[in-house]
Design a protein around this ligand. Structure first.
Ligand SMILES: Cc1ncc(COP(=O)(O)O)c(C=O)c1O
Length: 366
């Protein structure tokens, strides 16, 4: 039996993770902090993947994983003119996005809990990830996506043998349809938004940066934020390193939202709780989330690091994407949006600061 617990964000009651329960009686599930350790003398002897940090992951040591070799993506300088600005190349992951970190962990846990079939909802990348790891784990998979999702992502989901459910309307309507199916069919909800194990996978983004920076944290992280699976994962990961005494200070987290869909930036600026906004249509489809359930939690994390939330101007996304491609990086528009926002904000960052920005998704999926 798993010794890793969830707790709800309001009453702080403890729960044992269970395939049939995706939400507590009140609030949202979070992972109870458990002891973590980073014994580098052992870690460096292991395979170059996210699983090398096993003393800081909620897995049982001898458990076979369903790995596709995810993690340990390169961290390199974007442009020699600014040697302190580094990019983490998560678009080199098995399915072409950082979501593989979370999906690999979530599906490893789903298999351990004996799930036979799962439902996931996604704007595309999380769905392709869950579909791939279900194929690897031999688990039946249903993916719900908005009918407007790019053809290439849909083809990828189908190629992995998942059953695709195309939902007309917004990303939120897709989430409602998926939850209805979960309740009706009693199938495991492999949700990257609600299930804390997903964040236990995305947190390895932080561990790898720490190792690649010779056991230090960067000063600043520039991260896209829609539902916050990377932002909260990075926060949890650096917090784990701090809890273990491996770093002294958290990096500042700067979250990037789209100018045309920015519920978290609005709430942050107005100092209020996150509420639903209309998605006015944006090229940055990965962060076009009108109502992120973990919005308030994201703001709390950002504030705790003395960070902030900034906007990606819609009319600068295309040029930012072309500029990245001209440097050799072919990424999708959500990453271009993150770079566009960084360029507007750059003058607020000291030249000596080490800054890391992820290249989250492959341009081949456009
Ligand atoms: C390429 C890319 N970047 C960033 C994000 C944002 O991730 P999140 O919604 O978890 O904040 C996504 C989400 O789908 C994505 O696909």
């Amino acid at each position: 039996m798993s010794s890793y617990n969830f707790y709800d964000s309001i009453s702080r009651e403890k729960y044992t993770p269970d395939v049939n329960q995706w939400k507590p009686k009140v609030g949202l599930f979070n992972m109870e902090p458990y002891p973590v350790d980073f014994p580098m003398e052992n870690i460096i002897k292991r395979q170059a993947s996210m699983w090398r940090y096993e003393e800081a992951l909620p897995i049982h040591k001898k458990e076979p994983t369903i790995s596709l070799g995810e993690g340990m993506t390169p961290l390199i300088v974007l442009d020699d003119k600014n040697p302190h600005f580094l990019v983490k190349m998560d678009y080199l992951m098995p399915t072409g996005s950082f979501k593989d970190r979370g999906a690999a962990m979530l599906m490893a846990k789903a298999k351990e809990m004996g799930a036979q079939s799962v439902i996931a909802d996604s704007s595309g990348n999380a769905g392709t990830s869950i579909a791939a790891y279900c194929a690897r784990a031999n688990i039946e998979c249903h993916v719900y996506t908005p009918s407007s999702t790019s053809e290439k992502k849909l083809a990828q989901i189908k190629a992995h043998g998942a059953q695709l459910h195309l939902i007309p309307g917004t990303r939120e309507q897709t989430a409602v349809a998926a939850k209805e199916a979960v309740e009706k069919e009693g199938i495991f909800y492999a949700s990257h938004v609600y299930n804390p194990y997903f964040y236990e996978g995305t947190k390895t983004f932080a561990f790898e940066i720490w190792e690649q920076l010779h056991y230090t944290a960067p000063d600043t992280l520039i991260l896209p934020v829609g539902n916050g699976t990377l932002l909260l994962g990075a926060y949890i990961g650096f917090n784990d390193l701090k809890r273990a005494g491996a770093i002294q200070k958290m990096p500042k987290i700067i979250g990037v939202q789209s100018e045309h869909c920015a519920p978290i930036e609005k709430a942050y600026r107005e100092n209020i709780s996150v509420s639903s906004v209309d998605n006015k249509g944006t090229k940055a489809e990965g962060i076009a989330i009108g109502y992120p359930p973990r919005g308030d939690q994201i703001i709390e994390a950002v504030k705790h690091t003395n960070g902030t939330i900034i906007i990606a101007p819609e009319n600068q996304i295309e040029t930012a994407g072309k500029d990245l491609a001209n440097k050799g990086f072919y990424v999708e528009p959500t990453t271009a949006a993150t770079y566009a926002a960084y360029r507007n904000y750059e003058q607020n960052i000291a030249k000596t600061e080490t800054v890391v920005m992820p290249l989250c998704g492959s341009g081949l999926k456009k």
